[in-house]
Design a protein. Structure first.
Length: 272
């Protein structure tokens, strides 16, 4: 049975790949982008099954209007995929106020506004699935991606809370956590803070860790995403790629060891 899927950031990368996969199998897709000319090929090929909408997710009023337009056009919204976002490269010290605010506006607040807009629609339907694009960097942090890490940690906390709040309405929530993939996320789509020489060596060391095998093939994620949206009992969290799970397990084992080491101090702080 075909679904109606609302996906942001559909002009390139995961968003474009997934939107095309949905359309290819017969789903109806509301595809948003800042520049909808990037969707002309899909519109030409799939006609009435795609509704391209120009949208800056940072605009809360426009987000609500887009959700309402999608509902009016197709009659329902089965799945919302909050995919829009970008990477900001820079250490904490290097990041300007504007860069930090812009990163949070898109990666966190844009996702929040669309989520808020979709909940009443899905609650009225009695069903729905909200899929939030986080990152393995929403669970563990990497240097030189300071505010990006923070934005994805925020998405994780928001979405885990959301899942508990809306489950009684028949709405599922899933957090998708890709590791690195060969999209233009780290190149054309990226923003880079003005560099300070004190971080040059750290950046070089970080870059040296990226072997050819580190980055996954974005097209290979399609089957996983289709299985996710078709699942009757979707997971709260889903890694994409082979790097993330092993990295997170290693980091969390270290955290548990440190918590154990300091547990006596922690318990004493309770006071009774």
């Amino acid at each position: 049975m075909s679904k109606t899927i609302f996906i942001t950031g559909a002009s390139r990368g995961f968003g474009k790949i997934w939107a095309e996969a949905f359309l290819k199998r017969g789903d109806k897709v509301v595809a948003t982008a800042r520049d909808i000319s990037a969707l002309d090929d899909l519109t030409k090929q799939y006609g009435d099954n795609i509704l391209p909408l120009q949208l800056d997710v940072n605009d809360r009023e426009a987000d609500f209007a887009a959700i309402n337009q999608a509902k009016a056009h197709f009659g329902s919204i089965d799945v919302l995929i909050n995919n829009a976002g970008y990477g900001l490269f820079g250490s904490v010290e290097e990041t300007s106020e504007k860069e930090a605010r812009d990163q949070m506006e898109t990666n966190f607040f844009g996702l929040l506004w669309l989520t808020q807009a979709a909940i009443p629609v899905m609650r009225e339907q009695g069903y729905g699935h909200i899929i939030q694009l986080s990152s393995v960097l929403g669970l563990v942090a990497a240097p030189i991606l300071s505010i990006y890490n923070a934005s994805k940690f925020a998405v994780e906390g928001l979405s885990e809370t959301l899942a508990a709040e809306v489950k009684g309405f028949g709405i599922n929530v899933s957090i998708v956590e890709p590791n690195g993939f060969s999209t233009d996320w780290g190149s054309a789509s990226a923003v880079r803070s003005a560099s300070l020489p004190q971080y040059d060596q750290l950046k070089a060391d970080q870059q040296a860790r990226f072997t050819e095998d580190f980055f996954g093939k974005p097209e290979a994620t399609t089957d996983a995403v289709l299985k996710l949206i078709d699942s009757e009992n979707p997971p709260l969290r889903l890694f994409l790629g082979k790097i993330g799970y092993q990295w997170v397990k290693q980091v969390y084992a270290g955290r548990a060891a440190e918590w154990d080491e300091w547990n006596e101090v922690s318990v004493a702080a309770h006071g009774h």
